[in-house]
Design a protein around this ligand. Structure first.
Ligand code: ADP
Length: 262
């Protein structure tokens, strides 16, 4: 497996906050990497620097062998973003549009401005969208408005849309934070399947350490904008979890349970 993404000494400062101090790690093709860490540790900022939703303050990000922190032209950014899919905690779907249309949006990065304005998708794209929706178990719902779906179904539409992009990397920012346990399992199973069957590298930000341990090839622990752990799940000890979260394990468990109830 060759290296797909290599982040070196990434730094992101805001006027009042040092969101990311010093983050370095690499991701191989098809690898499923989970980033854990307390709220405010900088996990989301790292993902947003990778797809250039925000600009890094310093450091380097090599993606498919190219430095991407310095890309300026819109055309090159469009090329970059279609190789990087993203799914969000809040799904980011267009709720008034159908499931089918939302999934087709994954092809926009491949179309001319005029074709995308008028929604002129090719027959090939439509066929592909149907195949993906069938694979992900949403074929019965294709003409439903996305807003009518359950949370778990909405996230499956998010995954289907990302798959339409044919990405080599998928960034997942807290993909199960709004879901119940059974929907969470379906979503994590799908992300795992994408990584292994389609060789798509996935970086998943998660709060739940147990879920991270179940699905990750590798876990990265971030604390106050720095990587403090980067290894296989088996090496993540309770001591290390306490260090990452700066909280005793017992309190952490209670905290998570409280979080689920509220
Ligand atoms: P996490 O995803 O681990 O919860 P974030 O990456 O969202 O952490 O945030 C890291 C830190 O950066 C936090 O202190 C947060 O308040 C701050 N931060 C995030 N975005 C902004 C912004 N746009 N402006 C100022 N501070 C920000």
């Amino acid at each position: 497996m060759s290296t797909l993404l290599e982040i070196s000494h990434l730094k992101k400062y805001y006027t009042t906050t040092k969101a990311v101090e010093d983050v370095s790690f690499s991701v191989k093709e098809g690898e499923l990497v989970v980033i854990i860490g307390p709220s405010g540790a900088g996990k989301s900022t790292v993902l947003r620097c990778i797809n250039r939703m925000i600009d890094a303050t310093d450091g380097s990000i090599l993606f498919e062998g190219k430095e991407i922190t310095t890309i300026k032209e819109e055309k090159s950014l469009k090329l970059l973003r279609r190789r990087i899919g993203m799914i969000f905690q809040s799904f980011n779907l267009v709720y008034r549009l159908s499931v089918f249309q939302n999934v087709l949006h994954g092809r926009l990065g491949y179309m001319s401005t005029v074709d995308s304005m008028f929604g002129r998708y090719s027959e090939e794209d439509k066929k592909k969208a149907l195949e993906i929706l069938d694979m992900i178990g949403l074929k019965e719902n294709i003409y439903k408005r996305a807003g009518e779906l359950s949370g778990g179904q909405k996230q499956r539409v998010g995954i289907a849309r990302a798959l339409m992009q044919e990405p080599s990397l998928l960034l997942c920012d807290e993909p199960i934070a709004s879901l119940d346990p059974s929907s969470s399992k379906i979503i994590m199973d799908q992300i795992h399947k994408m990584s292994k069957e389609r060789n798509i590298a996935c970086i998943v930000n998660l709060h739940q350490v147990d879920v991270a341990k179940t699905y990750a090839d590798r876990i990265i622990g971030i604390h106050k904008g720095r990587v403090v752990f980067d290894d296989v799940p088996e090496k993540l000890t309770d001591d290390m979890i306490e260090r990452i979260y700066e909280t005793p394990i017992a309190e952490l468990t209670v905290g998570l349970e409280k979080g689920q109830v509220s």
